[in-house]
Design a binder for this molecule. Structure first.
Ligand code: TYM
Length: 334
């Protein structure tokens, strides 16, 4: 019998345009998006539908969406080789999300920790979209029959619910969806705040010293690293419970590729001052080429808009196949 060629594994991931991405977004997710882009069929989205679960200023949202698209090209994604698109330009996402809402239980969604955190942060706007957010995420992933989803550790619970929803749907209707696996890197999966190392680094942190934005200038990066909270031990060693220093070591390791033992040896007998400067320099070097390309792309927004339009068209075509299958299965007239 003739052997079927094995299909290339598929990847889908997305990022919200809710602020300039941080070093956490970069090391936890975006860097892996690029490294996976050669080997797999990848689809990457700017998740603007997700962003409106929190109130946005329309002009800012539009600008940040284009800016984030430009940043995705600047990190090294090639829009000719990968699907890079803006979620709201591809209607299948909202369409599948509605169907999946009807296959998701209120009880299981109530357990989502991100919903609990965000509804506490935005107590005046606990909207239904915020509650149903992970279902839209499931739709994003399942539409492309993704095998792997590169994310930071904070998205693990949302990946688990995606798998549950897909498994349930397949259990009723047969094999409609590929069951996706999270891809969470070893280092960088959870970059912590520089000011409160028990909290994840977040682009919406009101304390700007807590995060490094991907567009921070070298002097800002240096200042934020120097101010990073550590302990009083003055010893560069990765040990359980040493939040601040472990976090800086994780960042340094991700940017330089050096394992922890090598970092410990390199800074043996040196204080935190030297180490913090070395961390800042490594981050600056890591971000420098990305920032240069970003500013070039932002000088040509027509190009960015046209790449996004092409990406949306291709994403629509691919995702429509899955949506058609789903519509047929649930009994809609096609
Ligand atoms: P978002 O926009 O909050 O973050 C984008 C990616 O960055 C990762 N990340 C981090 N990784 C390590 N350390 C941190 N401090 C850190 N902060 C953020 C996130 O895990 C994520 O991978 N709901 C998603 C966006 C989304 C999505 C999807 C992701 C929408 N649809 C489908 C995957 C698949 C979100 O809000 O990510």
């Amino acid at each position: 019998m003739e052997q079927q060629p094995e299909r290339r594994k598929r990847i889908l991931s997305a990022i919200q345009p809710s602020g300039i991405p941080t070093l956490g977004n970069y090391l936890g997710a975006l860097k892996n998006w690029v490294s996976m882009s050669e080997e797999y069929d990848c689809a990457y989205a700017v998740a603007d539908l997700h962003a409106i679960t929190v109130r946005q200023n329309p002009a800012d949202l539009r600008h940040r969406t284009l800016e984030l698209y430009a940043l995705l090209l600047a990190i090294g994604l090639d829009p000719e080789k990968n699907l890079v698109f803006i979620q709201s330009q591809v209607p299948t996402h909202a369409q599948l999300a509605w169907v999946l809402n009807c296959y998701t239980q209120f009880g299981e969604m109530s357990r989502m920790t991100q919903f609990k955190d965000k509804s506490a942060q935005h107590a005046d706007n606990v909207n239904v979209g915020l509650f149903a957010y992970p279902v839209l995420m499931a739709a994003d992933i399942l539409l492309y029959q993704a095998d792997f989803v590169p994310v930071g550790a904070d998205q693990k619970q949302h990946l688990e619910i995606t798998r549950d929803i897909a498994g349930r749907f397949n259990g009723i209707y047969g094999n409609v969806f590929t069951i996706p696996e999270p891809y969470i890197g070893k280092e960088g999966a959870r970059v912590m705040s520089l000011q409160e190392p028990e909290k994840k680094m977040s682009k919406s942190d009101p304390n700007v010293n807590g995060f490094i934005s991907m567009l921070d200038t070298p002097d800002v990066i240096l200042r934020k690293c120097k101010r990073a909270v550590t302990d009083s031990e003055a010893r560069v060693a990765y040990e359980e419970g040493r939040g601040g220093i472990n976090n800086l070591m994780g960042i340094y390791s991700c940017c330089t590729g050096k394992p922890m033992a090598q970092i410990e040896a390199e800074f043996e007998g040196k204080g935190y001052g030297d180490f913090k400067i070395a961390v800042a320099e490594a981050v600056i070097e890591e971000l420098r080429p990305v920032q240069e390309r970003f500013h070039e792309y932002m000088g040509n927004l027509d190009y960015i808009r046209s790449c996004a339009a092409k990406g949306a068209e291709a994403a629509q075509r691919i995702s429509q196949r899955t949506l058609d299958k789903v519509m047929k299965k649930v009994g809609f007239v096609l």
